[in-house]
Design a protein around this ligand. Structure first.
Ligand SMILES: [Zn+2]
Length: 191
């Protein structure tokens, strides 16, 4: 159950284990306060302000209402386990949802099958689309990337979406992850 870095051009989208982060999210909310020791997200905002990241960070991201609905539906159907999937489209606009198998079948972690990733990338190309987003769910944690999410995300060009089912109403978090940094990223939903 480990990384797939050497599978052609398919970069790793795994493993993303949330055992630590769930603990972190639930029991250490100081992560979200600015008065305490800087957390990873706060460090990100500082780093992301640097030259060279601006274009990437400012790239707008949007998804259709149908894509939104499908991501939420997928997350609810896979509960209590995490779900995961890819989004394709053009110009930062997600138009197609590719549900992926979480080969870990875990409530606190996800990993994608490299062969399935390769197949889906091929199908995206046939549609004239490319990867614009990666999503997964946090059944019980907030929609914030875990340290493992950040460590194993190697697609800085893609929006990183997390659906949290921790509250009755699903919440979608959107981020850009580059290197060891993540930054909240604005997104829009269109019809
Ligand atoms: Zn996660």
């Amino acid at each position: 159950m480990h990384c797939i870095n050497n599978v052609n051009s398919i970069k790793s989208i795994q493993p993303s284990v949330h055992r630590e982060c769930r603990h972190h999210h639930c029991q250490n909310p100081v992560r979200f306060t600015k008065s305490n020791r800087p957390c990873r997200l706060e460090q990100v905002e500082v780093a992301a302000a640097g030259v060279g990241r601006a274009n990437l960070i400012e790239t707008p991201f949007s998804l259709t209402r149908a894509v939104w609905d499908e991501i939420i539906r997928d997350s609810l159907e896979k509960k209590p386990n995490e779900t995961c999937g890819l989004l394709s489209g053009r110009n930062g606009s997600a138009q197609t949802v590719w549900r992926m198998e979480n080969i870990l079948k875990s409530p606190v972690a996800f990993a994608m099958d490299p062969k399935q990733i390769q197949q889906v990338f091929h199908k995206m190309a046939l549609r004239g689309e490319h990867l614009v987003g990666i999503y997964h769910s946090h059944p019980t944690a907030p929609p914030i990337p875990s340290p493992e999410d950040i460590a194993y995300c190697h697609y800085p060009e893609a929006a990183y979406l997390i659906v949290s089912l921790a509250s009755p109403q699903p919440v979608l978090g959107c981020f850009r992850i580059e290197g060891s940094f993540a930054r909240m990223h604005p997104y829009s939903v269109r019809n």
